[in-house]
Design a protein around this ligand. Structure first.
Ligand code: NAD
Length: 379
C-alpha cells in the first residue's frame, strides 16, 4: 500500500477535519471520540435522518448534512468516519474515497466480501488512508498476544479455539428495523456482534483455508443466525473450532492457540502463555517412559501487560497520527477482510451443507445473499 496523499489543508493546519456519516448509537460515540483526539477536529455530521443530523450538528456546533454526497461537496472534511448499518458502509466509503477523503469505517467492512473488496480497491486507487473500527486490536493484552503469536514462541500451530458468547435480548433486536434482517444487516451474530473476537482469533491463529459451518436461529425472533459454529482447517495442517452466539451471556469469551512449543490462552481479557519443555513434537519422538501420563513439562510464562483503558477513539487517534506523522495503521481497512471472509464462509458452508474452501467464491456468495434478500420479509 502506497503512502496516502495528504490534503493541503492538513499540511497547512496540522489538523485533520473529520465528518461522521451515520450519527446513531455508534456515530454519536465517534463524534465525542474525535473531539478527544489531539490533531483531530469534528467538522460535519451526516445522517439519512435529516432531523437527527440537525440535532447532533447543533449539539456539536458543526455543519449538518442529510447525504454523504452533500458532505463531500461541502469541502468541510479531510476524512470521514462511517457508522451507518453495515450494507451501507461501502457506498459512502467508495464515494468519499473517490473524492480523496480518508475513511474509517465501522466493523464489519461490509456484509459481504465482494463489496468490501470494492472499498479496498477504491482506497488503493485513490491513495487515501483506510481503516476499520477494530478497536480491540489496541487492547494491551491483545497487542502482547499478537507479539507472542508472531514471534514463533508457539511453534507450529496444531489447534485453535474461539468461543464468543455475545448475548443480546429480543428487545435489542427489536430496537431498529434494520437489525437482524437479511436486507438491513445481511447476517447475524457473525456479522454484527462477533466480528471483534473473530478478528482477534484470526490475528492470533491465522486464516483457515477450509471451514465446515453450521448456523442456526435458536432463541430470537429474527431472520438471520443467532448462533454459528464451525470446524476449521489451516494451511499448515492445524485444525480449529469456532462458536459464537447471542444466546449465551458472558463470561467465557475465549481464544486458545496451541502449537508444538506452547499454548496461548486469552479468556475474558486475561492472557496466559504456557511453554512445553521439550516441545510436544520433540517429546513425542524422544520420550521412552511407557507411563500414560508422560508429557512435556508445562511452564507458565509470566507476561507483563500494560494496564490502560482503550476505546474506539484509539482508532481515530491512530488514523490522525497516520495522516499527520506517518504512524502505521494498526487496523488498516484491507486487514478487515479476513473476519468477514470467515463469516461469509461459515454462512455459505451451512447453506450448502458441506465444507467450503477459503477464499470463497464471491459470485456464489452474492447469489446466496441476493436469494435470501428476495425471500426475506425484514427491512
Ligand atoms: N465498533 C464497535 O464496537 C461497534 C459497536 C456498535 C455498532 N458498531 C457498528 O456501527 C454501525 C452502526 O450501528 P449503530 O448501532 O450505531 O446503528 P444505529 O441504527 O444506531 O445508527 C445508524 C445510523 O445511520 C443512519 N443512516 C442510515 N443510512 C444512512 C445513510 N445512507 N447515510 C447516512 N446515515 C444513514 C441512521 O439514520 C442511523 O442514525 C454498524 O455497522 C455496527 O456494526 C460498531
Amino acid at each position: 500500500m502506497k503512502a496516502p496523499r495528504i490534503q493541503a489543508s492538513i499540511r497547512k493546519t496540522g489538523v485533520v477535519r473529520f465528518g461522521v456519516v451515520g450519527v446513531g448509537f455508534m456515530g454519536l460515540n465517534h463524534c465525542n471520540g474525535i473531539r478527544s483526539v489531539a490533531g483531530a477536529r469534528l467538522s460535519a455530521v451526516c445522517d439519512g435522518d435529516a432531523a437527527r443530523a440537525g440535532r447532533v450538528a447543533a449539539k456539536f456546533k458543526v455543519a449538518p448534512f442529510a447525504s454523504h454526497k452533500d458532505l463531500i461537496r461541502s469541502g468541510a472534511c479531510d476524512a470521514v468516519c462511517i457508522a451507518t448499518p453495515h450494507p451501507l458502509h461501502p457506498g459512502p466509503a467508495v464515494d468519499c474515497m473517490n473524492a480523496g477523503l480518508h475513511v474509517i469505517t465501522e466493523k464489519p467492512l461490509s456484509e459481504c466480501v465482494s463489496t468490501a473488496e470494492r472499498m479496498i480497491r477504491a482506497a488503493e486507487k485513490n491513495r487515501v488512508a483506510f481503516a476499520v473500527m477494530f478497536q480491540r486490536r489496541f487492547e494491551p493484552a491483545m497487542l502482547k498476544a499478537v507479539e507472542i503469536a508472531r514471534s514463533g514462541a508457539l511453534g507450529r500451530i496444531r489447534r485453535t479455539l474461539m468461543v464468543a458468547p455475545e448475548y443480546r435480548s429480543q428487545a435489542y433486536y427489536d430496537s431498529g428495523k434494520w437489525r437482524a434482517t437479511w436486507k438491513g444487516e445481511g447476517g447475524g451474530v457473525m456479522i454484527n456482534q462477533a466480528p471483534h473476537v473473530m478478528d482477534l482469533f484470526i490475528l492470533l491463529g491465522g486464516m483457515p483455508c477450509e471451514v465446515y459451518g453450521r448456523t442456526e436461529t435458536r432463541m430470537h425472533k429474527i431472520e438471520v443466525e443467532d448462533l454459528a459454529e464451525a470446524m476449521l482447517k489451516y494451511p499448515g495442517g492445524g485444525t480449529g473450532y469456532f462458536h459464537c452466539s447471542t444466546c449465551e451471556p458472558a463470561p467465557g469469551q475465549m481464544i486458545e492457540i496451541f502449537g508444538d512449543k506452547g499454548k496461548l490462552v486469552f479468556r475474558d481479557g486475561a492472557l496466559k502463555l504456557f511453554r512445553y519443555d521439550p516441545p510436544v513434537n520433540v517429546h513425542n519422538r524422544i520420550n521412552r517412559e511407557p507411563g500414560t501420563l508422560a508429557a512435556p513439562r508445562l511452564i507458565e510464562q509470566k507476561i507483563r501487560v500494560e494496564q490502560r483503558e482503550t476505546d474506539h477513539a484509539q482508532v481515530i487517534e491512530n488514523m490522525t497520527l497516520h495522516l499527520l506523522k506517518g504512524v502505521p495503521l494498526l487496523s488498516a481497512g484491507a486487514t478487515g477482510l479476513a473476519s468477514l471472509e470467515l463469516a461469509n464462509a461459515v454462512t455459505l458452508s451451512s447453506h450448502l451443507g458441506r465444507p467450503v474452501k477459503i477464499p470463497i467464491s464471491r459470485r456464489m456468495y452474492d447469489r446466496f445473499l441476493a436469494d435470501r434478500r428476495k425471500t426475506a420479509s425484514g427491512a
